[in-house]
Design a protein around this ligand. Sequence first.
Ligand code: ADP
Ligand code: MG
Length: 307
Amino acid sequence: MTTIITRPEPRTRPAVEAGTRIPEPSGTPVAAARQADPPAVLVEGATKRFFVGRGRKPVMAVDDVSLTVGRGEIYGLLGANGGGKSTLIRLMSTLLTLDEGRIEVFGHDIEREEMAVKRLINRVSVDAAFFKKLSPFENLLFAARMYGIPDGRAKEESIRILARLGISEKRLGRPTEQMSRGMQQKVAIARALLTSPTVLLLDEPTTGLDPRSKLDVQAYVEEVRETQDASIVLTTHDLAEAERLCDRIGILDSGRLVVEGTARELQARVALDHALAPTLHSAFMAYTGRSLDDDVEEPTGEEDGDD
Ligand SMILES: Nc1ncnc2c1ncn2[C@@H]1O[C@H](COP(=O)(O)OP(=O)(O)O)[C@@H](O)[C@H]1O
Ligand SMILES: [Mg+2]
């Protein structure tokens, strides 16, 4: 079966206040057509094991996970360190191959139609790689050329996106290595958005950022969703961030998706099932049996280092 993806025109809505959601009119032909569309991301029974030493049991980094991310949705993956968030993101972005299960992006199988999937997605990871001696501008233009985006347009877009993230043009000329981590993270986000991805995979986009940069990035993620018809998968340790940004949240624990729902649903459910305070924090504790700061497993030193 071939599925034709028509890239939707960016929505030209006025900017909305953070947290406000404009409801999609239901019952219209557009709404009906959208329902028939494949989801932005479909994950079915995804499993990934790592073998970290002879004779040792494999690590189930992602263990039989199934979920869907709707078009235009921000789906949050919440989990302690080592829970499997990055592995799942890397599987979605075709950087790793599945041991079992399948993943589709807008109906395209990530293994059989890898090139189609690559055109639709982009990923920003917590430790994005740059040519450190080159300026952000040079890094952005390099990335744009790889995607066949003309220099002029890339320049204009970079300036626009970075201005929105609070970085002025005159700071874009010096070597990237001299910029703070917050600034580098913003440049990484701008780079991912230059290609107008339909599905944006953000792996801990705000971890380690100063509070101001964190708010800038969060506001920008909301803006992207409102203005660009992007579907976003975002991983985070930050409960307030998940609550603010995510339409739905899935909690990963030792590679398994232990619970999923809107923040409100998770809060209500933990109160009902466990008679705990209706907060995401108690939901996390109740469904994983651990605190968000626990490390599930020490790094093995065998990380792929894909960025
Ligand atoms: N390349 C790898 N080689 C071996 N083990 C890995 C590799 N990548 C991840 N793991 C292991 O898989 C598990 C999940 O890791 P990860 O997906 O990075 O979790 P998270 O992003 O939630 O912190 C951890 O136990 C981690 O040590
Ligand atoms: Mg991670």
